[in-house]
Design a protein around this ligand. Structure first.
Ligand SMILES: Cc1cc2nc3c(=O)[nH]c(=O)nc-3n(C[C@H](O)[C@H](O)[C@H](O)COP(=O)(O)OP(=O)(O)OC[C@H]3O[C@@H](n4cnc5c(N)ncnc54)[C@H](O)[C@@H]3O)c2cc1C
Length: 505
């Protein structure tokens, strides 16, 4: 095991994509075995030293940033242990990088859909944040693919959780660790907001599966060291398009109809069995529906000079296809786009894997460009990650646009429109603009909560959003989360300050 204490050796582990300043740590551990993780945690637990779990640090809410104590990096847990083609699953160390897993499963003609845009993240990080991305519109978030977790608890005990094995009963979950210790956990009583994606606090449900407590727990309950993931058969191909609109109203009506048609197929195909009715009947069944507002397009125009001018927005869509239904599906999308007056001649369509990658690069280019610009001005991005119930989406988008255009701040709005989940990224150039942006962010939070939404649909709460989670749930439910944490981590050593303030422990 490597142990590092020098400032320059620790530097990279003191920050993440949130650019939250001030991170510091006493020691960095890079363990190779589960026994080494257990040893670190036992020492920390005895001495009540805080421990921050570090993945690839691509998180945007400061979850992996330490404020004192130990940092444990999972980078050596980077083995893909098994890819089972027959039963379609993979067993991986939590430090495996997402793009490495994607490549490995692709070579075996399999497919792992959770795709949080930033492919350099670790699988452990995606489990800890229940990451999701563009393809979650059809396939769901990371949670849907996690079959089993091997975890080291804060006292050094080992815990194995298999989906479908331990459920809540009469409001409690009872677990047994490898050493025979029993843990009784009171399940939180809050209801999840009625949104399509949510990463605000611990998961709760009436018939809660114990494994779901750890997915999205942001390094606060235990260290995930090994994960078994469900895989899908690799689709034969994808039809992809980036379609531009000259009128925003047309774009929104197009999205409405494409979502409705896709939901009809998704609802009949809950298990993602890959012989869906859509393939037989050639129905619209989008895997991706992503939005770019006019500002977003202008923001990356330099990198994509072939982009048409004078357009008000764009939609990136994808759908699985086969050689047999390629033409028929193209016809379906074409007529839907024509109906909603898309700028068809200037839009881009492809079925080739290479061009399809280019379209994904187009989608990836925006958050990357935003981060570059933020660094250039020495400011922090003020980015929203809220989602609201489907029926309130149109009014929420209107609210975003009205307030942002009144503010005179630079901004882009983009993201997962299929899931009623957009990111408004405000790009302050000065400290004064940053203050205005922060105030505006607070108003967006309040509006999302008022509309029955969530303050975080995919990035998690981390350290940056804990005070807003308190507004969303109120002290009573934050206390329930803290109780849950104490059942696993009585000394409150793991992920201090993530999800809720330390004062609740
Ligand atoms: C350009 C860009 C685009 C992004 N787009 C998306 C997106 O579309 N969707 C999305 O969901 N996210 C997105 N993200 C955020 C980020 O990529 C995800 O949150 C990712 O899952 C974090 O993984 P990581 O390995 O970097 O984790 P880290 O940032 O290192 O850690 C995240 C949290 O997980 C905990 N953690 C990490 N590993 C473990 C482990 N093994 N056991 C227990 N806890 C652990 C950490 O303590 C921390 O609280 C984006 C980020 C960037 C920079």
């Amino acid at each position: 095991m490597q142990v590092k204490t020098q400032t320059d050796e620790l530097q990279n582990y003191l920050t993440d994509a949130s650019n939250l300043p001030g991170g510091f740590a006493q020691k960095l551990f890079i363990p190779n075995t589960r026994e080494e993780i257990a040893e670190i945690l036992r020492e920390a637990n005895e001495k009540e030293i805080s421990v921050t779990v570090s993945g690839a640090r691509t998180g945007t809410v400061g979850g992996a940033i330490p404020f004192g104590g130990f940092v444990v990096s999972l980078e050596k847990f980077n083995q893909i242990k098994e890819i089972n083609e027959q039963e379609r699953f993979a067993v991986v160390g939590s430090g495996v990088v997402l793009s490495d897993l994607q490549k490995a499963v692709d070579q075996k003609n399999l497919f792992y859909p959770p795709d949080p845009t930033e492919w350099s993240c670790q699988i452990g990080g995606t489990v800890a944040t229940n990451a999701s991305g563009a393809q979650s519109f059809k396939y769901g978030s990371t949670r849907k693919f996690v079959e089993q977790l091997k975890i080291v608890l804060p006292n050094g005990d080992f815990l194995k959780l298999k989906r479908g094995e331990v459920f809540a009963k009469d409001g409690f979950i009872e677990l047994e660790t490898e050493n025979g210790n029993r843990i009784k956990v009171k399940v939180p009583t809050y209801e999840q907001p009625h949104v399509r994606k949510n990463t605000s606090g611990y998961f709760s449900a009436e018939n809660l599966d114990a494994i779901d407590l750890f997915i999205g727990s942001e390094g606060t309950l235990g260290i995930v060291m090994e994960i078994k993931l469900k895989l899908l058969k690799k689709p034969e191909g994808f039809l992809s398009g980036i379609v531009f609109f000259k009128d925003e109203k047309d774009l929104l009506e197009f999205v409405d109809e494409a979502r409705r048609l896709s939901f009809d197929v998704h609802n009949e195909n809950q298990d993602l069995i890959q012989n869906p009715k859509s393939k037989i009947q050639n129905l619209i069944d989008a895997t991706i529906l992503e939005y770019f507002d006019e500002n977003s397009l202008k923001f990356i125009a330099e990198k994509f000079p072939e982009m048409p001018e004078n357009v008000r927005g764009a939609i990136f869509f994808e759908q699985e296809m086969t050689a047999e239904n390629e033409d028929a599906l193209f016809e379906e999308w074409n007529s839907l786009l024509e109906k909603h007056r898309a700028a068809l001649d200037e839009s881009w369509f492809t079925t080739s894997e290479q061009d399809h990658k280019k379209m994904r690069d187009f989608r990836h280019a925006l958050p990357v460009a935003v981060n570059e610009r933020i660094v250039r001005y020495g400011q922090r991005k003020i980015g929203t990650d809220m989602a609201v119930p489907d029926e309130n989406f149109a009014s929420f988008l209107k609210f975003y646009k009205q307030k942002l255009s009144e503010s005179n701040l630079d901004y882009v709005i983009f993201g997962h429109i299929g899931d009623a989940h957009l990111h408004a990224n405000i790009l302050p150039k000065t400290d004064e603009e940053a203050r205005t942006a922060k105030n505006l962010y607070g108003r967006f939070i309040a509006q999302a909560i008022m509309l029955g939404g969530t303050i975080s649909a995919e990035h998690g709460i981390g350290k940056l959003k804990s005070k807003y989670l308190q507004v969303m749930y109120g002290e009573r439910f934050i206390n329930e989360m803290a109780e849950l944490k104490k059942a696993f981590d009585p000394n409150g050593i793991l992920g201090r300050g993530n999800i809720f303030d330390e004062k609740f422990i």
